[in-house]
Design a binder for this molecule. Sequence first.
Ligand code: ADP
Ligand code: MG
Length: 768
Amino acid sequence: MVHRMVEAMSQLQEEKARLQEELAALQERLALQDSDQQATSTQLQNQVENLKEKLISQAQEVSRLRSELGGTDLEKHRDLLVVENERLRQEMRRFEAELQELRAKPVAPCVGCEHSQESAQLRDKLSQLQLEVAENKGMLSELNLEVQQKTDRLAEVELRLKDCLAEKAQEEERLSRRLRDSHETIASLRAQSPPIKYVIKTVEVESSKTKQALSESQARNQHLQEQVAMQRQVLKEMEQQLQSSHQLTAQLRAQIAMYESELERAHGQMLEEMQSLEEDKNRAIEEAFARAQVEMKAVHENLAGVRTNLLTLQPALRTLTNDYNGLKRQVRGFPLLLQEALKSVKAEIGQAIEEVNSNNQELLRKYRRELQLRKKCHNELVRLKGNIRVIARVRPVTKEDGEGPEATNAVTFDADDDSIIHLLHKGKPVSFELDKVFSPRASQQDVFQEVQALITSCIDGFNVCIFAYGQTGAGKTYTMEGTPENPGINQRALQLLFSEVQEKASDWEYTITVSAAEIYNEVLRDLLGQEPQEKLEIRLCPDGSGQLYVPGLTEFQVQSVADINKVFEFGHTNRTTEFTNLNEHSSRSHALLIVTVRGVDCSTGLRTTGKLNLVDLAGSERVGKSGAEGSRLREAQHINKSLSALGDVIAALRSRQGHVPFRNSKLTYLLQDSLSGDSKTLMVVQVSPVEKNTSETLYSLKFAERVRSVELGPGSRRAELGSWSSQEHLEWEPACQTPQPSARAHSAPGSGTTSRPGSIRRKLQPLA
Ligand code: ADP
Ligand code: MG
């Protein structure tokens, strides 16, 4: 038992030692835990302290930031801007007022000048600036809004920070309270630990209690640690928030700086523009002023001139007023005067008209009498002048005349007398006197001038014959027809008739007709007819007037030169188709152009008819009897017959014989009307100038002179012709000596006509 007791005792002892060991370990662990806890709490305290410091510094930073860039600075800036804005607005208003003034100032002269343009430009600029200012204002208000928002957000952040700090302080307090509790618990635990050797049970109990407390404290510790971690987390978040707020602040600052610089720039620009505007305005004002001064000066000068003018005008005005008053008085009496004057003028006019009427009647009577008188005078003139005139025309030497002695010139002229022609025939000089001699230099117009008067007499109802006489090749056709470029008498005569008729168109109505015929071998043919071969007969008019007419002879009415040309062409074509050798044929036939001019006097109804016969005679060269036979001889005989008949008729007419042998040839018979009575005849004797033709030339000139001399028939003149009557060789018989004119040995009678002292050239005195 004791043993057991001792055993139990030793066991208890062991147990006690173990427990004591265990207690020591526990105490040790507790102490360790204690120191650990203390370290942790100091650490925590340090951390809290740190956090507090950080919070304080953060608060300081926030306040600094607030003071630095918060509301106050921005507001200040905004205020400054508002003030600046206000100033600008005032300035603008001032400018506007000035502008208005300027606009009101320039008067009429400035309208439309360059200043209005300038001011319009300035106005545009101003409105632009105003727009910019409005824009800036908008920007400014936006900035203000932003700043306001930021300030609000900052305040919010601060509030949240404050809340956090408060929460933290509470937490801290709670933690320190709990720390204190744990210390107390630990202290109480320490105080509680009783001596184990005394009460094991107590120890046991206490040990379990301690164990429990330990676990509790451990749990508490755990909880505390969790809370600290949480706090750390919160702190971290806050730090992050702080950082982001820092960034935001920096961004805001940068933005504000940007806005400031922009504002400054805009302000500078505005200032510059305002300055330039100001300068422009000043310049414009100065220029306008200078111009106005110059204009003013001019106006002053004008005014002075006008004043002086006014002074001089005043007396004139006074006299004008007087005149006007006088005129007014006169005008008042004018209608009466006018009526009287009108009455008297009407009476005068009536009288004058009556006088004019009677004068007109008288004039008409006189005119008719004059017309009769003129015709009488003309008849008398024709009677005195003789109805036959003879002129000679010498053609120039042509290539056809050849060369050598035969082609030398044998014709000369008198320098003082244009009616004399000298011919050197076989070495002897022979002279002739005609009415006129045309040298080779004479133009177609010169010749026409000579015959012009005859042609116009046609219009007055006279019959006219113009013959071209001479040997073949002497220029008959050239004188009558001419060339297309240089027409002869035929065409010029018709042109003249047209123009004369046109001149008289107011009083007379004329019709001009043309016929063309040829006489070959005593046969008459119509050159304008459809049947040119048909032989035409000359008959007496059945009306018993004794007039002749050719039934079937074509008559064309012509009104213009173009018409004549057509007629001539037609005649020419007829002749060309009819005869193979036209040149030869035409030299052996007589070609006649018969122009009839019929007129009616519009006032009297008097009718006139004039005939113009233009005859290109056959060649006058004589063909030797021995050298010609057959048809050529027959041709020569016919030509000689008709030319002799022409000579006989002219001779009979000139010597005023009772019987004129018109019927001896077709030519004279056809021209009977135009050769007798008060008709007029012109013979153009064509002459070749060359040596080889002198015999024919001599013959032609003798014929011409004989024809001319015949007219001096009656009275004393007749006696002068006595010497000519014996000249047999000039009788109208064919000479028929040699076939070639140049080879013919025909001598001039005696010493030639010009050498004859009795030879006279009749010169007509114009009738008064
Ligand atoms: P005719 O009719 O008498 O036989 P032409 O009239 O045929 O003669 O004339 C013969 C030539 O002489 C023609 O070539 C013509 O052109 C020319 N002739 C005639 N007279 C003149 C003149 N006055 N001027 C120039 N040439 C002329
Ligand atoms: Mg001819």
